[in-house]
Structure formats: C-alpha cells, structure tokens
Design a protein around this ligand. Sequence first.
Ligand SMILES: Nc1ncnc2c1ncn2[C@@H]1O[C@H](COP(=O)(O)OP(=O)(O)OP(=O)(O)O)[C@@H](O)[C@H]1O
Ligand SMILES: Nc1ccn([C@@H]2O[C@H](COP(=O)(O)O)[C@@H](O)[C@H]2O)c(=O)n1
Length: 228
Amino acid sequence: MKKITIAIDGFSSCGKSTMAKDLAKEVGYIYIDSGAMYRAVTLYSIENGIFNGNAIDTEKLKQDIKNIRISFKLNSETGRPDTHLNGVNVESKIRSMEVSSKVSPISALDFVREAMVAQQQVMGKEKGIVMDGRDIGTTVFPDAELKIFVTASPEIRAQRRYDELKAKGQEASFDEILENVKQRDYIDQHRAVSPLRKAEDALLLDNTNLTIEQQKKWLFEQFNKVTG
Ligand SMILES: Nc1ncnc2c1ncn2[C@@H]1O[C@H](COP(=O)(O)OP(=O)(O)OP(=O)(O)O)[C@@H](O)[C@H]1O
Ligand SMILES: Nc1ccn([C@@H]2O[C@H](COP(=O)(O)O)[C@@H](O)[C@H]2O)c(=O)n1
C-alpha cells in the first residue's frame, strides 16, 4: 500500500503524541515527536548558559545551533522512541517543568525553527511518517495527505498531564501545569514564525469528552478513508 504523510497538530497536552504513536505503531509508520526537538534545544540552552533568567543569548544559540544534534532511538522497554541530544538520552530531562516553562520562547526563534523544520523534512522525505507538533500541517508538510488538528479544554489538558505526572510519582501542581499550558498556547499562537493554527485542510478533533480508545478509533477511521 502506498505510504502517506500524517500531520497531527494542536494545543499543548491534548493527546497528539498518544494518538500519533498509536497510529504509527498500528500501521507500521515512523513516529516523530517534533515538540521533543524544541524541548531538546531548550535543554541545551539551559545547560549551556544561553539563558540568563528568562533572557536568551540568541547570538550564542545561533552559533551553537549547528552543533545541536537531535536523534530518536527506540526504547525497547517502553516500545517508544527516546530523544537523544548530542548522543545522550535526554527523554526524561526534556519533560521537566523547567523545560516546559522555557520551550515556547526558544521555539519562537526563527533560526531555531529553520533548523528543526529542515531536519523534520529530511525525516519525512520517504513518507510513511506520523509527526505531531504545532506547524506540521502548515509548514513542515503542507502537502500531507492526512492532517488533524486536536483541541480540548485547557482544564482537561492540565488534569491529564497532572494525572500522568502523579502516576509517575513526580511532584506536580495542577495550577502550575494549567498556567504553563495556557502560557504555551498563547506564545505558540502569537509568534511571528509558523504560529500554531489549524491548516485549512485539517480535520478538527475536540477530544475533551473522548477516551483514548475512542480517539484512536476515530483517527484510524480517518487513515482508512485516505488510504482507501
Ligand atoms: N482522550 C484522552 N483522555 C484521557 N487522557 C488522555 C487522552 N488523550 C491523551 N491523554 C493523556 O493526556 C496526557 C497528554 O497526552 P499527550 O502527551 O499525548 O499530549 P500531547 O498533545 O502530545 O502533549 P504535548 O503538547 O506536551 O506534546 C497523557 O498522559 C495521555 O495519556
Ligand atoms: N512543531 C512544533 C512542536 C513544538 N513546538 C514548541 O515546542 C513546545 C513543546 O512541544 P510539546 O509538543 O512537547 O508540548 C510547544 O509548546 C511549542 O512551543 C513548536 O513550536 N513546533
């Protein structure tokens, strides 16, 4: 069967990667979490003195960006790809609240986006890929055969993230998570370069009242409609 490109965009913590991973596994496609790439650049910036408080040394990051290598390696225990930054597994570190609170200003920088989008387009050039993010259907793969835009209420998104962190035994504050979700949505929607928005030809999915199984079934149906 001819392979297609699938772009899943939407607001933070609304279930994009859950849907994308499940579909990719089901149909044997590559899965790429583009948010993990921006998170890895943010972690690099935190660890290499590019942040002074919330101020970003953009000149240093501009020089360093070509030395930031991001790759994904399958974790045999979780069955999911782990993010590696310059050869080091940073999957756990990039999910911290510190990275979450700093990632949107980093991802708003034009030269950072240029570098990430170029890498993402190389990853998807053979098709057979499911990529989730904010600008996949609008900028990275504007010709994707299947585009989905996911949304859910901020409160339910924060609750899901809170439950996830609690289940992992990590410290979490619901209010802090809700604030972060709203703040990232705002910055992501209002940045000058590739702001978060629904592509005109994307299908809208509000999963506020859907279970993981229901949204999985819905996505699989959309995939079957496109691939025939
Ligand atoms: N329909 C759903 N009902 C309940 N929980 C869900 C649903 N979809 C996803 N989740 C859970 O919500 C949390 C966030 O989901 P996920 O990480 O897939 O979101 P995301 O949109 O990829 O987030 P991010 O923007 O941070 O990349 C996870 O714990 C996931 O298991
Ligand atoms: N295509 C993308 C993907 C992500 N971002 C930025 O990264 C942040 C973290 O992404 P998550 O998917 O892990 O939540 C996100 O808030 C965006 O700022 C992006 O700009 N483009």
